[in-house]
Design a protein around this ligand. Structure first.
Ligand code: PLP
Length: 402
């Protein structure tokens, strides 16, 4: 067999995949799997939106199956700009400052390809979204990182940011976080923008969870002085419209950056899915997004509370924050791992096999994060959440460590 590319050989398979495959295997064997591992919304999309979409598809089969414009349908870009204005107060030009993408994932790839060259470095805040880490390897981009610790609410250290910004071309981070669910503080968000402006760096701001809030509001770092030059926002419709399988997202910000990013997009994938764009237009135009969020957020909040209380009850030595946004708990369980003499990956795999509870090991989210596990709290109802964390407790009892 001919040799494979160096870029693919240096890219490791995430422990994430191992657990996802294991969950599937257990389900196929008929096991009652309690699922805390997926980054999946907990409820189906808004049914009226799907009905409207089906009607459009049947009435206009040719138009809904054709290629879409490379930058995205103008109507969708206008609706996105209106939506941004409505929630953030920021006015943007939908024709020049929005690019529709195949999910937030493609928006991240396009941002890195547009802003950085091979060998440039990006600053990540660890733990962070695992895709960033894999993509930098694949694209030949170096990484610097600042740690975020549960003991200070997963906010990065300002001194680290000031030091590392000088060594990179861009900062890429998410708020609310995945896996941490932390909302970046106004103070740190402003510091990142100030540093980027002073040093001439890009800020790629991933706000995939910007509508998944239980208390308080999204921190719009795009409002800070100088942000219009440096901040490129990465957005996804996967979580707020609950349509991850439709693969739709967008980039917005600096006009010249978006113009160049559109060029990259044209070569990478021509356009985002036509039918998915139609669905997003229906959601935004008819106000279904708000109606949907009004239904699901109170349910997610109950699930968040149930998960937080269950971890406190069954794993009292775990350290964690109660997130005010996002979809995940990210407890530090080093107390238990040390007693067990296990790594986070061994622990996650063994509990999946023995107790049929599946969650992700912390080390899926950058090095130095193997003290943690990620528990998605939106995908199971409160009683199953309680049962799942109870099963983890039972495992620890059987091992004689509690
Ligand atoms: C922080 C973050 N950014 C981006 C994405 C990618 O989302 P999409 O499904 O739109 O590609 C995810 C998905 O889980 C995420 O957690």
């Amino acid at each position: 067999m001919p040799s494979l590319s160096r870029r693919v050989m240096v890219t490791e398979t995430s422990p994430h995949r191992v657990l996802v495959d294991l969950a599937l295997e257990l389900r196929l064997k008929g096991m009652d799997v309690i699922s805390f591992h997926a980054g999946q919304p907990g409820f189906p999309p808004y049914s009226e939106a799907l009905k409207d979409l089906t009607k459009t598809l049947l009435e206009k089969p040719f138009q809904t199956s054709s290629y879409a414009p490379s930058k995205g349908y103008p109507k969708l870009r206008h609706l996105i700009a209106e939506d941004i204005k409505k929630y953030s107060g920021i006015t943007i030009d939908p024709d020049k400052q929005v690019l529709v993408t195949i999910g937030g994932a493609e928006a991240i790839t396009i941002s890195l390809l547009t802003g950085l060259d091979n060998g440039d470095k990006v600053l990540l805040l660890a733990p962070t979204y695992s895709v960033y880490w894999g993509l930098t390897k694949l694209l030949g981009i170096g990484v610097e990182y600042c740690e975020q610790d549960v003991n200070n609410g997963f906010q990065p250290d300002p001194e680290c940011l000031k030091d590392k910004i000088t060594r990179v071309k861009a900062v890429l981070f998410e708020s609310p976080g995945n896996p941490t669910s932390r909302v970046i503080s106004e103070e740190i968000g402003k510091l990142i923008v100030d540093l980027a402006v002073d040093h001439g760096r890009w800020v790629f701001f991933d706000e995939a969870y910007k509508h998944i809030y239980y208390e308080g509001e999204h921190v719009w770092i795009q409002r800070y002085p100088g942000a219009e030059e440096t901040v490129i926002s990465i957005d996804s419709f996967s979580k707020d419209l609950a349509i991850p399988g439709f693969r739709l997202g967008y980039l917005w910000g600096n006009e010249e950056f978006i113009r160049q990013a559109a060029k990259v997009k044209g070569y990478l994938s021509i356009s985002a899915s036509n039918i998915s764009q139609k669905l997003a237009m229906i959601y935004l135009e008819k106000g279904y997004k708000e109606l949907y969020l009004k239904q699901v957020i109170p349910e997610y909040r109950k699930r968040r509370d149930a998960a937080f209380e269950a971890v406190r009850k069954y794993l009292p030595e775990a350290k964690l924050i109660k997130p005010r946004a996002g979809m995940y708990l990210f407890p530090d369980i080093s107390y238990y791992l040390e007693k067990l003499g296990m790594t986070d990956v061994e622990f996650a795999k063994d509990i999946a096999l023995k107790k049929h509870v599946v969650f992700l090991p912390g080390s899926a989210f950058l090095p130095g994060t193997n003290r943690y596990i990620r528990l998605t709290f939106v995908t199971e109802p409160p009683e199953r959440i309680e049962e799942g964390i109870g099963r983890i407790r039972a495992y620890l009892e059987e091992k004689g460590v509690v």
